[in-house]
Design a protein around this ligand. Sequence first.
Ligand SMILES: [Cu+2]
Length: 320
Amino acid sequence: MKIPFSPEQASTIAGSIDAIYLYIVAVTIFFTALIYGLVAVFAVQYRRKSPDEVPGAIHGHNGLEITWTVIPLIISMTMFIWGTVVFFHYARPPKDAQEIFVVGKQWMWKIQHPSGKREINELHVPINKPVRLKMTSEDVLHSFYIPAFRVKMDVIPGRYSSLWFEATRLGSYHLFCTEYCGTQHSGMIGKVHVLSQEDYQKWLETGSAANTPVPVSGQELFKTLNCATCHNSGSGALGPNLNGIYGKPVQLADGSTVTADDKYIRRSILKPADQVVAGYAALMPSYQGQVNEEQIMQLIEYIKGLKETSAPAPASATEV
Ligand SMILES: [Cu+2]
């Protein structure tokens, strides 16, 4: 259904967002018309007809009170429940969603696909496939908005936010930053290109010789930053074995337990002293200022891929 003055519906969620939006608008228009209409009618009907007319006293009416409380309650609950159902669908990416990495930076969107292919202010996605964007910001607040998909999410420095969608129509659509982020904010715009799955694969492969898959870039960083000096899963290693830690609980020195998720690993790299692993000394240096957000994402992808049974990360003493 094409709604006048609104962008095309090009994702699986666009229809349900528009439906609830139209429902709320329709209810609002109905009651606005009803109330203003009655104000006008009553003003005429019950106007003072002679100068000495005195109105009769009103002593309330329970039936009326209950009616105009219960009806709006029911209507607002339909909005709430329906809205919640749509929101839950929107907030929970499907498990099989393909991940794409996004870093907002004054004033551009830097995007990297898992195969390593990069683009700026353009996002190529396959049609009919759920895609999840993992997003963060290098500097200030930004917000990632694709009107035709009806999806928008804040992009926040120091945090990961995620946004998912499944495109349903081929074509190119607007991409906007919708959080005022400085002088060139209005120029922080781009295009989302929805390709057929074959064309997306072809697009990924063009110039692929120059691309390093994201976890492999992470592995290279792990070597060049000398992480492997301490994290080498050898006996007597200074740092904990990182194989298989992703998603698992970690016991900290202060007695608490945290899950080794993206946020925890990012913090371990930038502020290792904040959350020290039980049984280890706080020896790890901070990498603040040595790695940018894209590189942190790459390191995380590498650590995510380390299975419990992986060969030990090479000790840099023998590697370097
Ligand atoms: Cu911005």
